[in-house]
Design a protein around this ligand. Sequence first.
Ligand code: GSH
Length: 219
Amino acid sequence: MKQEPAAQNSPPASPTSSQPLSEDDDAQALWIFGYGSLVWRPDFAYSDSRVGFVRGYSRRFWQGDTFHRGSDKMPGRVVTLLEDREGCTWGVAYQVQGEQVNEALKYLNVREAVLGGYDTKEVTFYPQDTPDQPLKALAYVATPQNPGYLGPAPEEAIATQILACRGFSGHNLEYLLRLADFMQLCGPQAQDEHLAAIVDAVGTMLPCFCPTEQALALV
Ligand SMILES: N[C@@H](CCC(=O)N[C@@H](CS)C(=O)NCC(=O)O)C(=O)O
């Protein structure tokens, strides 16, 4: 896998990273770990960000989504974290400080919890550049107890569902490909076999599913 220059590994520029912060902003500081749509569309103001990983979890397209990338009739599939002692999931941690903390939590509560069925969980995040200096971070995880949870399915079936679904945030295929693109930028040390198998299955099915120009119009 092509190693991108470090500069290209950085996630989207913070919309307000130059925002002056008061001296007590350190007192209120929080890291938020994103491993799905949050890696390319955080949509909240943050002060810093790091590419890195969490250990003990694997990412799985096992959460149904009837708002952002699907509908009630055709729920899409988005990712959650599965506890897995051998697992490692790459993503982006965003630091929010001062007023950013409440603003981010209020926004994510609606986007992730109310609309997405996710709960919050504390995880240990290892920055790619300083894995010996791990950070405590908040992650949004969809557990099997939430009503939208779909659970495991063959990667080919997940690919078929992703190809067929779209919601208010766009096509489910865009969600898959943007996440795959992020993982490509993380470099050869970042592997996600589940994600790669779904992307491969989509690539096999896409020509049969619709002609190229229609496929490009999906994303
Ligand atoms: N919690 C994960 C997954 C988040 C996620 O993908 N949530 C969906 C809610 S169902 C979302 O926000 N989708 C917005 C989009 O698809 O653009 C993360 O940290 O990235």
